[in-house]
Design a protein around this ligand. Sequence first.
Ligand SMILES: Nc1ncnc2c1ncn2[C@@H]1O[C@H](COP(=O)(O)OP(=O)(O)O)[C@@H](O)[C@H]1O
Ligand SMILES: [Mg+2]
Length: 262
Amino acid sequence: MRREKVFNTLELREKLIEKLQRMKVKRSEDFEVFSEVFNVEVLMQLYDLLRKGFLKEFNGEISSGKESKVFHAVAKGNVEVAVKIYLTVNTEIRRMMLKYIIGDKRFEKVKSDSRSLVYTWARKEYANLTTMHEVGLPVPKPILVQKNILVMSFIGENGQRAPLLKELHELKKPIETYMEIIDFIVKSRDKAGLIHADLSEYNVMIWNEKPVIIDLSQAVPVTHPLAGEFLRRDVENINRFFMKRRWVDEPIPVEEVVGRID
Ligand SMILES: Nc1ncnc2c1ncn2[C@@H]1O[C@H](COP(=O)(O)OP(=O)(O)O)[C@@H](O)[C@H]1O
Ligand SMILES: [Mg+2]
C-alpha cells in the first residue's frame, strides 16, 4: 500500500507543462471522449493548486475506481491529504448517479450533461462530508472542492493509507467497532439528516482502532424518496460483514436500528 513519491512540486510543474503542451496539440474533442484522469482540465487545476502553494507535493495513486481515482498529496503546512478526482462517466454510471441526485433537493436543479453531473457528484460528496464533519461524525475532513477535484484529510500516515474494514481479518475490539458503525448510521440520520447509501466493508477505514467512514458522494438527505431503502441496505451490509467475519454473533436487527432514535 505504500506509494512512492512520484514527483516533487518542481518536477510536477515541469511534467504538467510538458503534459499540457503535449495535450494541447490534440484536438479538443479528444478530451471529451478520452477524458482520462489527467486531462488538461485536471492538469490545469493541479497546476494551479501547486502554483498557489495550496499543494506542496502530489504523490502516487492510492486507488483507482470506475468513478474516481484517489491520490496522496501534501498540502500547505505539511498536512497529508487525499485528492479524489472524479472521472467522466458513461451512461450507466450517469443513470446510477441520477438516482441519488434526483430527490436530493440540494442538487436536483443541476444540468444532467456528463460534465455537470460529475461536478455535482464532487460537490455532493463535499457537502455531505461538511455536514457530517460538523456534527462530529468520523469522516475525513473536507478541505476543498473545485470542479471534479475534492481534497480531504488523509486517513493514514506517511503516505500509507489506513486499511479498509474489508482488508482486515482481525479487529482488536470487534463489538465496539460494530457499535461505532451502527452509531454512525443512526447519528448520520438524526444529526446530519443523511443516509450514507453505500455503506459496506469497502467504505469503512480503520484508523487508530476506530472506524472512519468514506465515500460520501451518493449519500442522500433523509427526505429522499429512497432514503428508507438505502438505510436498510446500509445496516444489512454491515450486519452481513460482521457476521461473516464472526465478529458479532447476533447483530442488531435492521428494524431495531431503523427504530433507534439518537
Ligand atoms: N481520505 C482518504 N484517506 C486515505 N485514503 C482514502 C481516502 N478516501 C479514499 N481513500 C482510498 O481510496 C479508495 C477509494 O475511495 P472512495 O471514496 O471509496 O471512492 P470509490 O469507491 O468511489 O472509488 C478507498 O477505498 C480508500 O482506499
Ligand atoms: Mg468506495
